[in-house]
Write a protein that binds this ligand. Structure first.
Ligand code: FBP
Length: 552
């Protein structure tokens, strides 16, 4: 197989571990802290996790390794969307496991959690692992979105573990996957299977973070990749001076990715979904907000700009959520057949007009026709609108165009508005991990094995102090139940790790808020350039602005 020069060079990169994990396995001991309590709903969580609740936070130190000398057979699973660095979690896990005892075995369950249920696996060896060191992607074993959440699935998982003599499972996933890791850990403990479960925090969305987990892996590389592209677009816009670029960036619901890219590149506009929801902004208000920037810049002779749109924004617009709800109701069950039987869009439109409330129809009516049709024609297997498919970058540029046309008529705006659309998502999920993600992920995997070796169950691998150089990072573990609360999901009370949305009083947001009015009318673009893997630490090892501000 042909490989690029960079890939070859990255094979030789030695990821940096926290100081306490550096001296070799024989020199790692554990220090237990206080017993933990969940962040909320303690009694309910305790009742649901009688075997794994209230365990102690732990930190690794340099010192005599006192862990039990037993052969470990570990299974690892990649769960959910790709995030740069996943391969290194597995490499770190493998290296720690093999340096502890060359007889230890690492199973990789293929294509996500379903691999465990279907007993579909490979066994790693040096040659296989070496071909994936410091590379992006999840192709080492594949990933998938099957949820491991039912008792029946847990029983199958226990059988598969028993068959192979597996002593621990490592789940690399986001908030949902790690919630399920905690439930699986409790099941294994309750049924005395002897199998431990350890989670590792992954997602480019950056929404698995809390007072214990400083950031999920992949966020650093993905946002640096998007920021490079946005910076390039900003420079193109400032060179050609004739286009407004509407750039949608990934992040299923939280706006951490958009905010980080804005902090890196200083675009004219960046919507933050959480603010849209807090201020209950309507589509028309958002369009006016963007149009104001277009108009002010045009008045200064700048008919160009860059606007960032977070992927999930429309779901945070209250009137839009109501509209989606009404559409789902309107087409529920057999009503969809009556709609689908109508021959023309004109007839369908009349059906819609008849079925929606006046308020929702007013929202529907201002949408571009392409988006109106998308809402009714592209539906998921349950018949629901697929909000994630909505091309919000096109939606907002169309709404802004209408606003500007009205302003032109009123004589307040005389500029030109030529929008161009982009969506940056998949481009960043499998990039070569930055040095930060290479180091962080390798440390998470290495550390996950130390948690296994010391007998912990239901813990998340925790590496902290991340805004400092890697040697100052702190390695340890936190019981997943500590991060849980009860939330209403699909009509039921469920114990879950809380999803971290952008906090409007956080340092990253307030820093952005204090500067965005200037960015909206002036041209303040910053050009971060491509991720650098080799060179001075201040160029190659920088963390995200979000992390730097949070820990300032
Ligand atoms: P995870 O939460 O599993 O990490 O995935 C996040 C994400 O990358 C979102 O940013 C995006 O909306 C979604 O996955 C896309 O999912 P898919 O890969 O199934 O198209």
């Amino acid at each position: 197989m042909e490989i690029s020069s960079l890939q070859k060079a990255r094979y030789d990169y030695a990821p940096k571990l926290p100081e306490m994990l550096r001296n070799g396995i024989a020199d790692i001991c554990v220090e237990e802290g206080k017993e933990t309590q969940s962040v909320a709903d303690c009694d309910k969580i305790k009742a649901l996790f009688p075997n794994t609740y209230g365990k102690k936070e732990i930190v690794f130190k340099k010192g005599n390794n006192t862990s039990a000398a037993k052969k470990q057979v570990v299974g690892v699973i990649l769960s959910g969307g790709q995030a740069p660095g996943g391969h290194n979690v597995i490499c770190g896990l493998y290296d720690a496991l093999k340096s502890t005892n060359p007889e230890n075995v690492l199973f990789g369950f293929k294509n996500g959690p379903s691999g465990l249920l279907e007993d579909d696996y490979l066994i790693f060896d040096d040659a296989y692992i070496d071909a994936y060191r410091n590379t992006g992607g999840f192709d080492i074993i594949g990933s998938g979105r099957t949820k491991l959440e039912t008792k029946e699935q847990f029983a199958v998982a226990a059988e598969v573990c028993k068959k192979h003599g597996i002593t621990a499972i490592v789940i690399i996933g986001g908030d949902d996957s790690n919630t399920n890791a905690a439930v699986l850990a409790e099941y294994f403990a309750e049924n005395k299977t002897g199998v431990q479960v350890i989670g590792c925090p992954k997602t480019i969305d950056g929404d698995l973070k809390n007072e214990d987990i400083e950031c999920s892996f992949g966020f650093d590389t993905a946002t640096k990749t998007y920021s490079e592209l946005i910076g390039n677009i900003g420079r193109d816009a400032n060179s050609a001076k004739k286009y407004w670029h509407f750039v949608k960036v990934m992040g299923r619901s939280a706006s951490h990715v958009a905010l980080e890219c804005a902090l890196e590149t200083q675009p004219n506009i960046c919507l933050i979904s959480e603010e849209v929801a807090a201020k209950k902004m309507s589509l028309s208000q958002i369009a006016d907000y963007i149009a104001d920037s277009v108009e002010k810049r045009a008045a200064r002779g700048m008919n160009f700009g860059v606007a960032l749109i977070p992927e999930g924004v429309v779901e945070f617009v209250p009137e839009f959520s109501v509209l989606i709800h009404e559409i789902n109701e309107l087409l529920a069950g057999s009503k969809a057949d009556a709609f689908n039987a109508l021959a023309t869009w004109k007839e369908k439109y009349a059906f819609i007009e008849n079925g929606l409330t006046k308020e929702s129809m007013a929202v529907f009516a201002i949408l571009p026709e392409g988006i109106q049709q998308q809402l009714f024609l592209e539906r998921d297997p349950h018949g629901n609108v697929q909000v994630s498919l909505i091309e919000s970058e096109k939606l907002f540029s169309a709404l802004v165009k209408d606003k500007l046309a009205a302003r032109k008529k009123a004589g307040t705006y005389t500029g030109k508005f030529n929008p161009i659309h982009h969506f940056f998502g998949y481009e960043g999920r499998c990039a070569f991990p930055s040095n930060f993600d290479s180091d962080y992920c390798y440390s998470l995997g290495y550390n996950a094995f130390m948690l296994i070796q010391y007998g912990y169950n239901g813990y998340l691998s925790k590496i902290s102090n991340l805004s400092k150089p890697a040697n100052e990072w702190i390695a340890g573990g936190m019981p997943i139940t500590k991060m849980m609360n009860i939330e209403r999901r699909h009509g039921e009370d469920k114990p879950v790790i809380k999803k971290a949305l952008v906090e409007l009083d956080s340092k990253p947001f307030t820093y952005f808020e204090a500067r965005r009015d200037t960015w909206a009318v002036e041209t303040c673009y910053v050009y971060p350039g491509a991720i650098q893997y080799y060179g001075p630490a201040e160029v190659c090892d920088i963390t995200t602005k979000t992390l730097a501000l949070e820990q300032a």
